[in-house]
Every structure is written in C-alpha cells, then in structure tokens.
Design a protein around this ligand. Structure first.
Ligand code: PXP
Length: 250
C-alpha cells in the first residue's frame, strides 16, 4: 500500500503578518505581539501537521532567530529549518538542531524562493554544509529543480532528501505546459528515488493544484505554506491543515 504523503506546514507567512506591525519588538510584550508563529505551529501540529518548516532568511524579513529557538523548544513534530548554505546559518542550525535543514538559494531582491539550488555549481559549499550537519546529527534536504544533473549531484553529495521545486508546475496551471511540467516532476521523483533519495516537494502548492501534484510518485512529504496560511484567515489554521491533508491523501 502507498504510504500517505506527509504534510510539512510552512508557517513563515504568519511571521510576515507579525512583522508588518511589530518588526523589532520583543515577542513577550504583554502578549500584544501577534500572531505568534509558534502558536500557529502548535495549532497546525494539533490538527495533523507532520512537520513544521520555517525559513530563517538572511534579512530576517519574516522569521527571526528567537522564533527558531522557541519553535524547537515547543513543537513535538520534526522541525525543518529552511536556510541558505552560509556559514552563519550552518552555525545556527548546529545550535538549534532541527530534524532537517532544507538548503535553498537566497536572493535579497526575490519576494519568495524563486528557483532551485544549483547544487552542481555550488558543490563544494553544499558539501561543507552537509558535512557540518552530519556531525550535528541533522539530515539535509536540497531544494532543487527536477533536473537529472541536480538530482545526481544531490545523491553524490550524500543528501538524504531532495525537495523538488514545484513552482513551474504551479505557474503552468491552466496552461498547455501543465502536463509537461508535471512530467518533469514525475520523472525527477523516480530518478531521485532510484538514487536512494527521499523525495519531498514544495512551492506554490494550493488547494486546487494539489489534486495533480499528488500524482508525483514516491512523495514522502510536501511543504506547503502560503495557501494554508491564506485559507486559515477564513477557516482557522486547524481546518486549513485538515483540509489540505485530506486532499493530499484522498
Ligand atoms: N519549499 C520551499 C523550499 C520554499 O522556499 C517555500 C516557500 O517559502 C515552500 C516550500 C512553500 O511554498 P508556498 O508558500 O508557496 O507553499
């Protein structure tokens, strides 16, 4: 029987809302600072989230350092720390000890992560981070485009997971390119699985396109953020998580 696809809930955008009003203010200010991303994660966990993902960006535009330390302290499900492959982030990860680090490219001018990490071009840097994380007992996932050379390099470097970038698939919704983009992901997932990698996927997955995204074979986990946080404005985070989980594993 096919194992259920796990749901990693990315709570970054709850912190985006907080920063819009309370940037730079300590989270303990008499309970005034809201929403608290840790409280959002706890509610997601109660409602079936299998993991919590948070992206500590170099510019701290949404998640700030204290969120990461508090998150690790309070949640019981695995913490997936998304980060750039920098020395600063490697140091923080080794201290926090999340279950997984998810390496992504980071450009200061991008609104959100726009493409996969070029593991081939940054082989040495990625290898250094993987070695440091291995020493700290942390698994490594690489966010990549589903291209053969990126998948093969990820396996060669000893990553345990790849997260296939589903952004192009999401952008191709309602366009003639949809099937081709989905096929790229399907073929990439098979190649990654055969190379011994666990296969995750994420970026731009929502309550509509999940019906096709779940066709990707060998999926271990999907990381979903924006659509769950958006839906939660109407339904609350609990119902938003439960609905997504039901659509992932009908
Ligand atoms: N995976 C990665 C690597 C991401 O950078 C993001 C966006 O922060 C996601 C998954 C989640 O994407 P979305 O917010 O579009 O669901």
């Amino acid at each position: 029987m096919k194992s259920p696809i796990l749901l990693g809930v990315n709570i970054d955008h709850s912190a985006t809302v907080r920063q819009a009003r309370y940037r730079g203010q300590p989270s303990a200010r008499g309970g005034m600072v809201e929403p608290d991303p840790v409280a959002v994660a706890l509610e997601a966990q109660r409602s079936g989230a299998d993991a919590i993902t948070m992206h500590l960006r170099e510019d701290r535009r949404h998640i700030v350092d204290s969120d990461v330390y508090r998150m690790k302290e309070f949640i019981q499900v695995p913490l997936n720390l998304e980060m750039a492959a920098t020395e600063e982030m490697t140091k923080i990860a080794a201290e926090v000890r999340p279950a997984t680090v998810l390496l992504v490219p980071e450009g200061r001018t991008e609104v959100t992560t726009e493409g996969g990490l070029d593991v081939v071009a940054h082989r040495a840097r990625v290898a250094d981070v993987i070695a440091a994380m291995k020493e700290a007992g942390i698994a490594v996932s690489l966010f990549i485009d589903a291209q053969s050379e990126q998948i093969d390099a990820s396996a060669e470097l000893g990553a345990q997971y790849v997260e296939l970038h589903t952004g192009n698939f999401a952008h191709a919704w309602d366009s003639p390119e949809l099937e081709a983009e989905l096929n790229v992901l399907k073929e990439g997932a098979v190649r990654a699985h055969e190379a011994g990698l666990k296969v995750n996927a994420g970026h731009g997955i929502n309550y509509t396109n999940i019906r096709r995204a779940r066709e990707i074979p060998w999926l271990h986990e999907m990381n979903i953020g924006h659509s769950i946080i958006s839906r939660a404005l109407f339904t609350g985070i609990g119902a938003a998580v439960r609905e997504m989980k039901a659509l992932m594993n009908p």
